[in-house]
Design a protein around this ligand. Sequence first.
Ligand SMILES: Cc1cc2nc3c(=O)[nH]c(=O)nc-3n(C[C@H](O)[C@H](O)[C@H](O)COP(=O)(O)OP(=O)(O)OC[C@H]3O[C@@H](n4cnc5c(N)ncnc54)[C@H](O)[C@@H]3O)c2cc1C
Length: 493
Amino acid sequence: MKAVIVGAGIGGLAAAIRLRALKLDVEVYESNAYPGGKLTAFTKDGFRFDAGPSLFTMPHLVDELFTLAGKKPRDYFVYQKLETITNYFFEDGTTITAFADRQRFLDELKSKLAIDPTCVDQYLSRSQEIYNTVSNIFLENSLHRWKTWWTKKVAKALTRIYRFGIFDSIDSFDKKLLNHPKLIQLFNRYATYNGSNPYKAPGILSSIPHLEFNLGSYFPQGGMHSITQSLYQLALDMGVSFNFNSSVEEIMLQDNKAIGVRLGNHINKADFVISNMDVYFTYKKLMPSAKAPLKTLSQERSSSALIFYWGIAKSFQQLDLHNIFFSSDYQNEFKVLFEQKSITDDPTVYINITSKLNPTDAPKDRENWFVMVNAPSNNGQDWDQLILECRKKVIEKLSRILKTDVGSLIVSERILDPRSIELKTSSYQGSLYGTSSNSKFAAFMRHPNHKKQFQNLFFCGGSVHPGGGIPLCLQSAKIISLWIEEQFTRKIV
Ligand SMILES: Cc1cc2nc3c(=O)[nH]c(=O)nc-3n(C[C@H](O)[C@H](O)[C@H](O)COP(=O)(O)OP(=O)(O)OC[C@H]3O[C@@H](n4cnc5c(N)ncnc54)[C@H](O)[C@@H]3O)c2cc1C
């Protein structure tokens, strides 16, 4: 049997590997000349940059793919656990280092904020409890199959779920548990890990810190791009075939059953079609005559980003791999982002510097700064003007806090904005994580991995269940391969 996959993003690569492991013939079509979609990299003026994701958790989901193929993960992919998760900088001069070691982090909070940090200890245990209770329902299975709901584990979870802030926003949940405004801001920030607004997204998402603080934050040897490179190599070794610079123009449907794809005059027939293209454009461009789920497709998009890739002619001792420079008015930042669809005058700035751990990513005594600001999804804003203003504010803010004229240190520059993200990866409105989680029902409103009315057609990647970000895209591939395995097994029995 044969599967055709539209798109070689991380979800498409993982789906290819999983389906090949089921012994299907697998053919991948990718519009770009390279695999990885958002998870890519580039080199400029002697600096190497990971272009997209920089935070890496749950590496076992990557390892699992090598094991599934009968390979040793470490032969392909090597990573290290971080001792320092993130350095936080506040405008009033306070700095907090989030250490991976729980006691060290609590000691840091006690000395920097002069508080009793017991509440953080309890918060992180609660975060773990929430994750362990709900991940089986919301992340590891389809929400759209009865069999997900008919298990003892799920029944037990449902009796406890009301305790986990499903009726609160992350912000009000955090306010109940944490005893300092800076702590609330620090933990509210985790809403941005799926492009959401902490003042709207449900408190149940306070399970996200568990991934970094309890399970660990990691850095792949060679940078984030090695996730793509190693999975691409694995797929090739397994016999998956790739067609680059090849945009699928239509998913062929016969009586609502997917029978293959079309590129120009070429039709490639298949038993299963998997779309890793943003589900919005899958319907609009590849299946324009099919009945689209309009309510699902009109859900609010997640935030996007403005990224300045800067080569910096100096080394900063006070910075680490992940650094956050917080805005003074966090609530206003999200109001401007999601309601005014713009960027505040005082945005939170994230700097990722891979040359801290991978020295060859920058020339000696220099650093490769990936400087990111949350931006609204693309609604036709005047981006050139917004970029100009934002760049100025970011340089002023960093110069103020780091007490150095950052602008004069920039020796190389490239910029990515929501328009270019949309253009390069076909992500509707350039959103990073598909739809936002800014409502209690967001998880249920996200497009499923399979719809009964389109037989043999499956969806994976950040725009469908369980959502955006590398770990969830990998989970989406796992969900569809299990689903296909069931259909496949039924057919050959
Ligand atoms: C700047 C940035 C920072 C991020 N930071 C993080 C982070 O720190 N941690 C994290 O976990 N996640 C992060 N994310 C999100 C993460 O990158 C995405 O959730 C994930 O990579 C999406 O993968 P995907 O499988 O949905 O495919 P995508 O990466 O969206 O790729 C889809 C692929 O399909 C191809 N395609 C589309 N249409 C067609 C067609 N018709 N024919 C053939 N090919 C087609 C596209 O060219 C593309 O290569 C970030 C994203 C960005 C952009």
